[in-house]
Design a protein around this ligand. Structure first.
Ligand code: ADP
Ligand code: MG
Ligand code: ZN
Length: 566
């Protein structure tokens, strides 16, 4: 209850901070407005930009949480431009820094970057500019490792702070500070010196994603516990969220159906897990008459630009992409984002699906879910520190067919939530308010849970009749389901749903094996299993409504290209 209270309080804090700081009539308001129009050639501030700028210009430490593409950079670029000195920007991604330098150059703002790739001559020029009161340098971009490794640079910057030239420090992608963030970077640890070493220089952290504990962690790490947090409206009322069970082996056929039924002339993104999936799904969509093109990290830069541009202009209706497609997308009229497979975390899901409906008009986010994708993702993220926890949060979200999707998201992002806020803009709410169907009740799946354990034991002891199919007596999750199917009247989908619930409850656990070529996930009994088995209680779970309980003859689908899925 205490936590609930805190969560609600912090949400209120965001709104109070915004109301307090988003205003005109401050000493610098004239200069700020002029820079917006004359330097940046923009007409209006977007939500929270002016508030964050005002707060940091009055000397406060600030954290800005806004989705990708919503304009975080301006929150430090503009203060830097009107500061009379320069801002230090810590940014982990050289490609993004290059983009910004390029844009700032076009706007006639002097910005520079110091990193491993900086030429000697240029480094010298920058060195001089740091302490030269007459230098027009406004933004200096550095990587965290550059700061950590160069004492000399730190000394210079300290002097710059003393003589009042260093006006602001911005840490971009600030969630990288936290081990709980989705891409923790050890080099960010060094940034805890900033606040101590540059006393009196306001610090601004920016990120697109920060769950409650990540935010607290980041503030503590940077020594800005008292900072003002600006957080963009987390609830996107125009987005309709839905999770669909992905047909077995589907490589875009279902997506083609959805697009043809509902989005004939509209633009969208389909996210896939791998490069190969992108190519296959794009080809299948094309075969089914949809103007689709693929986009992934292995494309040549020129091809990337060309695909992106043709999608912007509408020549391609659908872009089929890996997560490589994301940074800097700014297409307002994306009407649907479909995930062909599950992302690795809820933060990723929120960010990727959030690229729909930027124009505020209705748009749909569909997540296609199937157990097989859990194992594909888990073998990718299992080497990341909190990879599996994050993935399982995502799995729990997808497998939960009885809680409003928005409510689930709000819970995960430590946002407050009240009944009725969704207004039937998610599959669960739609189902629960329709008279013909209802939400799934809990079912007793004790029999299936015990069957799973039995099948695993039998395979292990080699007594299984189909023992040759198991790898050294070990079973992958899908093999487990298949073998359970031979001994159960339940449908495959139902058994998959049970295995999912067992994984989430730690009744089963993934056991990763590293071969020279790949990582394989086997499924073994989890810590909770024996405790449960001894307790003699039943295992009751809500099972996805789409998982019909009993075996039926499966519909045949036309698969254009074989998938390598299972
Ligand atoms: P983020 O860092 O939040 O992902 P960026 O700072 O890269 O986003 O900005 C994304 C895009 O939005 C850029 O093309 C930028 O020029 C544009 N933008 C930022 N602020 C505004 C504004 N007030 N009005 C119009 N466009 C803006
Ligand atoms: Mg950015
Ligand atoms: Zn809902």
């Amino acid at each position: 209850e205490g936590l609930q209270g805190q969560i609600a309080a912090s949400s209120v804090d965001y709104r109070i901070a915004e109301e307090r700081w988003d205003r005109d009539g401050l000493e610098w308001s004239g200069r700020v407005q002029a820079a917006l129009q004359q330097t940046f050639h923009l007409q209006h501030f977007r939500p929270l930009q002016r508030a964050a700028i005002n707060a940091v210009m009055s000397g406060e430490d600030v954290v800005v949480i806004m989705s990708t593409g919503s304009g975080k950079s301006l929150c430090y670029q503009l203060p830097a431009v009107v500061s009379g000195g320069f801002a230090l920007i810590v940014s982990p991604l050289l490609s993004l820094v290059e983009d910004q330098l390029h844009q700032l150059k076009k706007l006639n703002v002097y910005a520079a970057a110091l990193n491993q790739a900086t030429e000697k001559e240029e480094a010298k020029t920058i060195d001089t500019a740091i302490l030269d009161a007459k230098s027009p340098l406004r933004l200096l971009y550095v990587t965290p490792e550059k700061l950590a490794k160069s004492k000399r640079l730190m000394n210079k910057l300290e002097k710059a702070a003393e003589i009042g030239r260093l006006k602001l420090i911005a840490v971009d992608e600030v969630h990288c500070c936290s081990q709980w963030g989705h891409d923790f970077r050890p080099d960010y640890k060094f940034l805890n010196v900033l606040k101590r070493q540059f006393k009196g220089v306001p610090l601004m952290g920016l990120t697109a994603t920060a769950t409650g504990n990540v935010l607290e962690d980041v503030k503590k790490m940077l020594g800005i516990e008292a900072s003002i947090v600006f957080r963009a409206g987390f609830n996107r009322p125009n987005l309709h969220y839905a999770v669909e069970e992905k047909p077995k082996g589907d490589m875009g056929e279902r997506i083609a159906e959805i697009i043809k039924e509902r989005y004939v002339f509209q633009s969208g993104i389909v996210y896939c897990l791998s490069r190969k999936d992108c190519e296959v799904v794009a080809q299948n969509l094309r075969n089914l008459g949809i103007r689709a093109a693929f986009y992934h990290a292995y494309l040549e830069p020129a091809a990337k630009t060309s695909v992106h541009e043709k999608w912007l202009s509408g020549k391609y209706q659908v872009i089929v992409a890996t997560v490589a497609f994301g940074m800097g997308i700014d297409k307002p009229d994306v009407r649907f984002v479909i995930h062909h497979s599950m992302p690795k975390s809820v933060e990723n899901y929120y960010q990727e699906s959030g690229r729909a409906g930027r124009d505020g008009k209705p748009a749909t986010c569909i997540l296609m879910y199937r157990l097989a994708d859990v194992f594909r993702q888990s073998t990718i993220v299992c080497t990341e520190q909190t990879g599996k926890e994050k993935l399982y949060e995502m799995v729990a979200f997808a497998a939960n067919d009885s809680t409003c999707r928005r409510e689930s998201l709000a819970g995960l992002f430590a946002e407050d939530w009240e009944q009725g806020w969704c207004q039937d803009a998610c599959d669960v709410c739609v189902r629960s308010s329709s008279p013909s169907s209802s939400l799934p009740d809990e079912v007793d799946v004790t029999v299936e849970a015990k069957l799973a354990a039995k099948v695993i034991e039998e395979a292990r002891s080699g007594s299984s009749t189909s023992g040759s199919e198991a790898a050294n007596g070990r079973l992958t999750g899908l093999k487990l389901v298949e073998m359970m199917g031979k001994k159960s009247k339940r449908s495959r989908d139902f058994l998959e749903a049970v295995v999912t619930q067992m994984l989430l409850a730690d009744m089963l656990t993934e056991d990763f094996h590293f071969t020279p070529y790949s990582i394989v996930s086997y499924v073994v009994k989890g810590q909770a299993y024996d405790r449960w088995a001894k307790s003699g209680t039943s295992f009751n779970r809500r099972i996805r409504v789409t998982a019909s309980p009993l075996k039926t003859t499966t519909r045949k689908r036309k698969v254009m290209v074989e998938s390598d899925e299972d």
